[in-house]
Design a protein around this ligand. Sequence first.
Ligand code: PEP
Length: 246
Amino acid sequence: MKKRLVIANWKMYIHSPDAAKKFISLLKRKSAGLSGVEAWVAPPFTLLPVLKGVKLGGQTLSSYADGAHTGEISAAMLKAAGATFVIVGHSERRTLGDTNEDVHAQLAAAAGAGVVPVLCVGETARSADGAHFSLLEEQLASALRGAQSLAAKLIVAYEPVWAIGKSAEDAMQPGEVEETVIFIRKTLANILGRKEALRVPILYGGSVEPQNAATLITDGGVDGFLVGHASADLEQFVEILKSCRK
Ligand code: PEP
């Protein structure tokens, strides 16, 4: 049975080592009996070496392996600090200047170091003429250019930017999520090949909360979630995990 995957993107919400350690230990206890679902956590970089007991990831990375890049962190550094995965191309990083080219290079750097890339794609707005589908296609094609061999480890997170950081009422409706996931899967099949595309887990992110998690997982056609604000609230995060049980 393929487990569902729920990734916590802590952003800068939880930063004290003590609070983070307590969160993880309670998370483990409260989610211990949940079958068919797995929780991964992407804390701020500084917390990676102090946390244990759950799969950890970075929230971004440098495309460079080393050198004069002040403030940057490489895939190998992430790995040495305990990360097994990394979020790549998050919209909040794209807003800070990361281009499709940067995302492509970061993805290759992560995969090259054996760190699983969680590639985020998503439109800033939906338009009646369907322009958002072309944008998604472009983001996927440029990130995965020449990287067919990545398919074995790749995870894609569909994150419509307009739905991020709001509340369940503002999130995308399950039917629209499902339609977009089918489009993403088809696009992946064109880029990676059908067999490989079927293997890639596709997550949804954008105001997933306990109130909408169950309908999104049942009717949205996704393999799990990437959760922002609700992942920093233990009770809410555990409720979301419960909705994903199989
Ligand atoms: C995110 O930024 O990855 C995210 C999904 O945020 P939120 O759940 O807060 O919308």
